[in-house]
Design a protein around this ligand. Structure first.
Ligand code: PSU
Ligand code: MN
Length: 301
């Protein structure tokens, strides 16, 4: 143990080439099949097309994996009993030789441990809208605060309380950047109502991240990349769906299954539309993540 690298990722890291760590819940706890696999393959190809090496992070029979090949991705997308792995699950599931997908939290932590400085997630978890009743705050926030990684994503998930999530990130000392606009993106929608610091290239985000670590910070940074306009869902329509889904979910008191259930319910309610939106937003984020990783590799990091 404890980390097992694919040959491709290992040699890329040894050569100082650009690598992007990718969360594997997009394979295990996101869309239904075959959409989940198509999305992951699209992400893999987008990172490569930009000139970086993708490293899907995962647990396979207890082993922490840095980089999956296509066959392993297919296996993980469909195997029985896959677990959604946040920080608090890793030791238990590893000791029990289980398999599963990494959340943004586990991805941030594992990437930093593996020596990868840029990570990709679809949407970051955060403070849930019913937080006052449930205390449900994703481990993604704390994990990002304590892992030296630039996390690139499509924003904080639309069905969360984005304002409270950004407040929590500020409390935790995590710089929050927004790609090409002054508002932080809202995952299925291009803009949330909350401001963030605008940057206009992956290289600019990389420079800020490197400065963060040079001045002695040890935690992570968040970069939101807005969903492309043609794939974005109309805000009012998605809010109506979210209201309906959240009221069905309320009181189930079943923390870690809430996010995957909401994602599936939204997919069910909209047919393929959110699947297409999901794919477009994560591919857009993947391209910026690759650019940032290339800029960091160029700076010798
Ligand atoms: N994408 C999906 N399904 C998921 C998630 C992402 O399609 O379940 C995960 C993300 O990995 C995110 C996590 O980090 O949900 C947040 O869940 P929680 O609020 O339980 O921490
Ligand atoms: Mn939770």
């Amino acid at each position: 143990m404890i980390l097992r690298y694919s040959a491709e990722v290992q040699s890329a890291l040894e050569d100082g080439r650009a690598v992007v760590a990718v969360e594997s819940t997009i394979l295990t706890h996101g869309l239904t099949l075959p959409r989940a696999l198509e999305l992951a393959v699209g992400v893999d190809e987008a990172i490569r097309a930009r000139g970086a090496v993708p490293a899907f992070l995962a647990m396979v029979e207890g082993e922490l994996r840095i980089g999956l090949d296509r066959g392993e991705m297919e296996w993980l997308a469909s195997a029985d009993g896959r677990v959604k792995l946040s920080m608090s699950d890793l030791a238990i599931c590893s000791a029990r030789r289980l398999s599963g997908g990494t959340t943004a939290a586990a991805t941030a932590w594992l990437a930093a441990r593996a020596g990868i400085r840029v990570a990709l997630a679809g949407g970051l978890g955060g403070v849930h809208r019913d937080v006052l009743d449930t205390w449900d705050i994703s481990g993604d926030l704390n994990a990002l605060a304590s892992s030296s990684v630039l996390m690139v994503c499509g924003g904080i998930k639309t069905f969360l309380d984005i304002g409270k999530s950004l407040e929590a990130l500020e409390t935790l000392g995590v710089p929050v950047l927004s790609y090409g606009q002054d508002r932080f993106p809202g995952y299925y929608v291009r803009e949330s109502e909350y401001a963030a610091v605008r940057i206009d290239s992956g290289a600019e985000a990389a420079a800020i991240a490197l400065r963060h670590w040079e001045i002695g910070m040890t935690g992570g940074l968040l970069l939101g990349v807005p969903i492309p306009a043609e794939a974005a869902l109309p805000g009012r329509r998605i809010e109506a769906i979210i209201d309906r889904v959240l009221s069905d979910e309320s009181g189930t008191g079943d923390g870690k299954h809430v996010t995957p259930r909401i994602i599936r319910a939204i997919e069910r309610e909209t047919g393929g539309e959110t699947a297409a939106a999901n794919r477009a937003l994560i591919v857009a984020a993947a391209e910026v993540a690759a650019d940032a990783a290339i800029a960091m590799a160029g700076a010798g990091r």
